[in-house]
Each structure stands twice: as structure tokens, then as C-alpha cells.
Design a protein around this ligand. Structure first.
Ligand code: GLU
Length: 380
């Protein structure tokens, strides 16, 4: 239910976030009249991002704007574009977009990484895991991933089409605790404020009910693609992943600093933390693909909150791939835990009973030290 409480600084989720996804809408980045990059504004956003990093937070940017930036260079007319025209415009605009972020962030000695994703990269489990590993590695090395949809190759059936949902999926992928959706809409109202003067602003949403969904009419922005409906869908994905989700006005300068300072915006509150949400999902797996039989030492380690290492596993049963959920079974055959396994059954069978340092010589690649990482493990 919506509540009317104010977003004071103490309850501001951004103040407690470790990993923040900032989604930047086309309408902010690209001046509608000239079709040019709104550079002065982008500089203030970059300063805000640098500030978040100085506070010890990791930042992922999901940026739209490729199509809006590229269309002018191809001399495309104003108004709706055909799919192939927008894909061509994206190809031209993405270079410019990435270049702008690179120039502005590298001036602060922050490496920038361009990552272009398609819907499949978040829906197919192996691609999802690869994308997740790459993003985590970039963050671990202090880079800022700048993500957009790979518009040039994504066809109608396999595309997000809007970066709101992409940002939410990215947040889920990297277990972010906060998504800031910066757009030309300042938050959620009880009705479309452009059509209904009695529409009331909603600062906090604790549960996305059908009533909340009904409040999301179409947006009046014609530069980006995501209206309020896609923003609510995105909010649903994020909160289910344990992530706070904020719809905030992006147009003023220093939009993130303004959110930090308690400016008006709508916060969607998650029910659980990212790790708890992930664990709920693991625990809820209906049919684990296989099982790992562990020894007593490993069982003690798991009960003490440790990860499952290959050394403590005696036997592998069933057929599974890296990323599948498997059962962890004790010597007496009782299921003691469930988790997402980091190796497929064939590789797992080769490394069990051995030290993690031997993994490379046993299977030819230096994979993870753990067979199941403790963040991916739920005790039964
Ligand atoms: N990927 C599109 C672009 O870069 C933007 C999609 C959106 O506006 O959400 O132009």
C-alpha cells in the first residue's frame, strides 16, 4: 500500500547501499530539439557517480540514448522510426554515448566498460551467469560498466525495448541493493498528473498491488520508450530480487545527489535483502537437477556458514550444468542444503575430494574455488 511518509535521509536506502544501478533515460541525455548530447547535465551526473564511489559504493550505469543520439547523424526524420532505422541509429549513437561516458569518467581516473546485452543474456542461464561474472569482475577491478541493450542485433521478439526492465534485470544479476531510475517523470502518482490535476504523489510503495499497477498510465515522454507501466514491471523485478527501486526526476543537475538529499521521488521497498531473495528462490526450486553427497567435515563447515569446497564432497549424482540448483546430501542420504552449483556434473565428478588449488590441473580451467558458494547455498 502507498504511504505518505517523507523520504528523510536516515531512511534513504541510497545511504546504506553497497551496489547501485543508475539508469539514465534518453530524454535526459539527449536534447529533444537539437538531438545533441546534453553534456553539461551529463557532467553533473558523472560527478554524482564519482561521489557515490568515494562513499565506497559500486556503481553500474544503464544508459539509454543511443537511438536518440544516432538518428540525427543518419538524417532520420523526427517521429517514430522503423525497427531497422532505430537499429541503425543505435549503432551510430552507441559509439558517441560510450565515448562521452569514457571521456567524462576517465577524467576522474575511473575505467569505463561498455556492455551491450540482449534479452537472451538475462534469460538464458549460462549467458546470465557469464554476464554476471563479467560484471562482477569489472566491479572488482574498479571499473564502471555502462550497459545498454544491444539494439543493433536484437529483433522485436528478443528485445527488451526499454532500459527500465533491463536495469532491473541487471540489478538482479549483480545483486545490487538499489536501482535509481532517472527519467523525465518524477515518480508515481495516483493518476497521470498531466491529465488529472487531482493526482497525488506517492513517495513510498511497500507492495506492488493491482491498485498500484492501475495507477501507471502511459507516460508523456516521447524520447525514451519506457512509460510508467514498464517502470512498475521493472520495480516488481527489482523488489523481488531484494533491491530498493527509485523512480526519480533526472532532469535537474546533480540528480543523484538530490536523491541522497531527500528530493521528491518514489521508493519501492523490497521485502527481503538481495541475498535473502536469492536464497528464497534457491529454496523454492521444485526439482534439484542432481545431488552432491558430502562428508561430516563439510557438513560442519556448511553449518558454520562456510561454502562447499570440492574436498568435502564424496559423490556426485544426476546430470546438471553449472548454474543448476542441486541438493546437498549427508552421508546418511538426508538432504541438508540446496545450492547453485559452480560446475557441471562431469567437472564436479573430477574435482571432488581434491583441493581447490588442483582444479586447474584436473579440468583444464581455473574455475571457482567453491563447488557451491555460501551466497548460493541454503541450509534445509
Ligand atoms: N536502448 C535504447 C537506446 O539506447 C533506449 C531504450 C529506452 O529508451 O529505454 O536508445
Amino acid at each position: 500500500m502507498p504511504t505518505k511518509s517523507a523520504n528523510n535521509a536516515a531512511s534513504n536506502p541510497l545511504a546504506r547501499a553497497h551496489r547501485v544501478v543508475v539508469k539514465v533515460g534518453s530524454a535526459l541525455l539527449v536534447d529533444a530539439a537539437s538531438g545533441r548530447l546534453n553534456r553539461a547535465w551529463l557532467e553533473t551526473l558523472v560527478e554524482d557517480v564519482v561521489r557515490l564511489r568515494r562513499q565506497g559504493r559500486e556503481v553500474v550505469l544503464v544508459s539509454s540514448g543511443a537511438i536518440a543520439l544516432g538518428r540525427r547523424h543518419l538524417g532520420l526524420p523526427k517521429g517514430a522510426l522503423r525497427l531497422e532505422e532505430s537499429q541503425a541509429a543505435a549503432a551510430v549513437g552507441q559509439i558517441r554515448l560510450a565515448h562521452a561516458y569514457k571521456e567524462l569518467l576517465e577524467a576522474h581516473d575511473i575505467p569505463v566498460a561498455q556492455v551491450l546485452l540482449t534479452l537472451d543474456d538475462s534469460e538464458d542461464r549460462r549467458r546470465y551467469l557469464n554476464a554476471r561474472a563479467t560484471l562482477n569482475t569489472l566491479l572488482a577491478h574498479g571499473a564502471i560498466p555502462v550497459i545498454n541493450e544491444n539494439d543493433t542485433v536484437a529483433t522485436a521478439e528478443i528485445r527488451y525495448g526499454d532500459n527500465d526492465r533491463l536495469a532491473a534485470r541487471v540489478a538482479q544479476m549483480v545483486s545490487a541493493d538499489c536501482v535509481l531510475l532517472l527519467s523525465d517523470i518524477d515518480g508515481l502518482y495516483t493518476a497521470d498528473p498531466n491529465r488529472d490535476p487531482s493526482a497525488q504523489f506517492i513517495p513510498v510503495v511497500r507492495e506492488i498491488t493491482s491498485e498500484i499497477e492501475a495507477m501507471a498510465g502511459g507516460s508523456s515522454s516521447d524520447v525514451g520508450r519506457g512509460g510508467m507501466t514498464t517502470k512498475i514491471i521493472a520495480a516488481r523485478i527489482a523488489v523481488a530480487a531484494g533491491c530498493h527501486f527509485c523512480i526519480a526526476p533526472g532532469a535537474p543537475r546533480h540528480p543523484v545527489r538530490r536523491i541522497e538529499q531527500g528530493a521528491r521521488c518514489t521508493w519501492f521497498r523490497p521485502a527481503a535483502s538481495p541475498v535473502a531473495a536469492r536464497k528464497q528462490w534457491i529454496a523454492g526450486t521444485l526439482r534439484p537437477a542432481g545431488s552432491l553427497v558430502i562428508d561430516d567435515g563439510a557438513l560442519r563447515a556448511l553449518r558454520g556458514g562456510k561454502s562447499l569446497l570440492p574436498a568435502g564432497v564424496r559423490r556426485v549424482a544426476g546430470r546438471f550444468e553449472r548454474g543448476d540448483t542441486v541438493s546437498v546430501v549427508d552421508a546418511a542420504g538426508r538432504e541438508v542444503a540446496r545450492g547453485i552449483v559452480a560446475y557441471g556434473d562431469v567437472d564436479a565428478a573430477r574435482i571432488i575430494g581434491r583441493q581447490s588449488a588442483e582444479i586447474e590441473s584436473l579440468i583444464g580451467i581455473r574455475g571457482r574455488d567453491e563447488l557451491i558458494h555460501r551466497d548460493d547455498l541454503v541450509m534445509q
